[in-house]
Design a protein around this ligand. Structure first.
Ligand SMILES: *[C@@H]1O[C@H](CO)[C@@H](O)[C@H](O)[C@H]1NC(C)=O
Ligand SMILES: *[C@@H]1O[C@H](CO)[C@@H](O)[C@H](O)[C@H]1NC(C)=O
Length: 503
């Protein structure tokens, strides 16, 4: 049973156009439009709290409800703030600065593009990350703003001074802020806005906002397919993206030409993207509460203070797990230790695998329509925490930034990790996710990655997929992150072109 949750009525698109210049075969991208991605209309009549039922409560519900409350709050503001600026920037080059304010840290990306007509070619980019995330400054919003200074300094050094004034800077907060009290979010965003204005960049009215997970997904799709040189190819040849963050997990892929989508699902799940001379219908869904850190809380909570211990915890561990402002007690079952079977069952229970989604045979998990497969759903590029887990449990080499792997590789690693005692885990995997607080959950995490891909997204056990931290783009390593998609969209948003509404 599930809460349907507040549904956003959304009307947005991302505009990209590929062109050919001077007969060159380079993959050019240009942005035609606008994406009204940041503007939403929210149906207040569907608050999640009014839709509870007496059925079994899955423990991630609190995550969803809180994220939705914050989104509701900021979306209403976003409508009132709509801007109609003219074309941003002049001359041959454009820069764009994007800050991804995530749950565990903030990351800045600055991009430099060459503009020819309506085509944008990425020339260079820079990247810098800091921890912790903005949400950890909820009691001291001024500090939240100041924490961004090292990032903004990096961008300032990257962007040529003569175009800084026409270079947009935007901050998009994702899962971490979606978990806070809406009034705390507003104070933090206000402070951030003030700090942005102390830099020479162009700060648009909507420069700072909380972003919907589905936008992350669709921007990630744009980023990945841009770097892979797929923009302009048929849907079947584009990449599908699966992005596991701390708070939510996103999936996006292009639907097949002529694929019929039930009308009731289309509005929430499908975006039209004009790119490379085509119109892609991109399926996207963000599963709130199913990011790595949020999901752990869901898996642990039913075992809070349970005598026998948790099947995902390696033998000899006892402690607490904290996520946002909740904490639970966690201990291992010291007779059997972690059990792969028991842990998978605990994870699958919380994922609501049996829940219907309105289309027989096309449900992923938690009552969500999967997009139906087909189209560009076959070539999967999996990013963020799944790559870190794969690297840290030895599924891929430590130095790898992009590798092809199979589901079985994750299971093999899980069997090894989960069979260890916690003291052995501490010795063998001390570097896990770069933070001591993550180490106790290593068996749970690698099994979650496996179950999510196999039972959740129904990836075939026989077919390899790609885990990607960085793409190779024109001889450089570039981050697999949604920021490029957002930057392209922002430059294009205020450019000339047709608005592509939801079709
Ligand atoms: C853990 O949660 C309890 C309430 O469930 C709270 O009283 C306590 O302060 C929390 N501890 C920490 C360290 O956050
Ligand atoms: C590890 O995570 C905790 C809690 O999320 C945080 O307080 C701490 O600063 C982190 N440590 C490092 C070294 O990043």
């Amino acid at each position: 049973m599930r809460r349907v949750g507040a549904k956003a009525k959304q009307n947005r698109s991302v505009g990209l156009m590929k062109g050919n210049s001077g007969g060159k075969k380079k993959s050019y991208l240009a942005v035609l439009i606008p994406c009204v991605v940041i503007f939403f209309i929210f149906l207040l009549s569907q608050r999640p709290s009014e839709q509870k039922t007496g059925a079994p409560v899955r423990h991630h519900n609190f995550v969803k409800e809180r994220e939705q409350a914050v989104l509701a709050d900021t979306r209403e503001r976003a409508i009132a703030r709509g801007t109609e600026e003219g074309l941003i920037g002049k001359g041959k080059y454009r820069c764009a600065v994007v800050i991804d304010a995530g749950s565990t840290g903030s990351r800045i990306h600055a991009f430099k593009f060459e503009v020819e007509g309506e085509e944008l070619t990425l020339l260079d980019s820079t990247f810098k990350a800091i921890e912790p995330g903005l949400s950890s400054f909820n009691e001291d919003p001024a500090q939240a703003g100041l924490s961004l200074v090292p990032l903004l300094d990096e961008a300032k050094a990257f962007v040529p001074a003569e175009i800084a004034g026409e270079t947009t800077v935007e901050l998009r907060a994702t899962a971490g802020l979606r978990m806070l009290d809406p009034s705390e979010v507003q104070s933090i965003l206000q402070e951030v806005h003030t700090v942005l204005q102390s830099y020479p960049f162009k700060v648009l009215d909507d420069a700072v906002s909380v972003m919907d997970g589905a936008d992350e997904g669709v921007f990630m799709w744009v980023t990945s397919n841009y770097y892979l040189g797929n923009i302009g190819k048929p849907a079947e040849e584009t990449a599908s993206v699966i992005d596991l963050g701390g708070g939510s997990v996103q999936r996006a892929f292009a639907l097949g030409e002529g694929q019929q989508v039930p009308a009731t699902l289309e509005e929430d799940s499908v975006r039209t993207i004009a790119a490379g001379g085509r119109r892609y219908k991109v399926y996207v869904h963000s599963y709130l509460g199913y990011g790595l850190k949020a999901a752990r809380m869901s898996f642990l909570k039913p075992y809070d203070s349970v005598e026998e211990g948790h099947p995902c915890m390696t033998r000899g561990y006892e402690g607490r797990y904290h996520y946002v402002d909740e904490n639970v007690s966690v201990k291992s079952d010291d007779e059997v230790g972690a059990s792969v079977e028991g842990c998978v069952a605990a994870i699958e229970w919380e994922m609501n695998l049996e829940e219907g989604c309105g289309v027989e045979g096309q449900c992923s998990f938690d009552g969500v329509w999967s997009g139906g497969g087909g189209g560009g759903s076959e070539h999967n590029y999996v990013s963020s925490y799944i790559v870190d887990i794969a690297r840290d449990v030895g599924v891929i080499p430590r130095e790898s930034t992009m590798s092809d792997v199979a589901l079985g590789d994750f299971m093999k690693a899980a069997e090894k990790v989960c069979a260890s005692d916690y003291s052995q885990v501490e010795q063998a995997y001390g570097h896990y996710l770069n933070n001591d607080t993550d180490l106790p959950f290593i068996c749970m995490d690698v099994l979650y990655a496996y179950v999510l891909l196999k039972s959740g997204f129904k990836l075939s056990p026989d077919r390899e997929f790609t885990v990607v931290k960085q793409f190779d783009y024109k001889g450089k390593k570039v981050e697999a992150a949604w920021s490029l998609g957002a930057a392209i969209n922002t430059i294009g948003k205020h450019s000339v072109g047709e608005v592509i509404d939801h079709e």
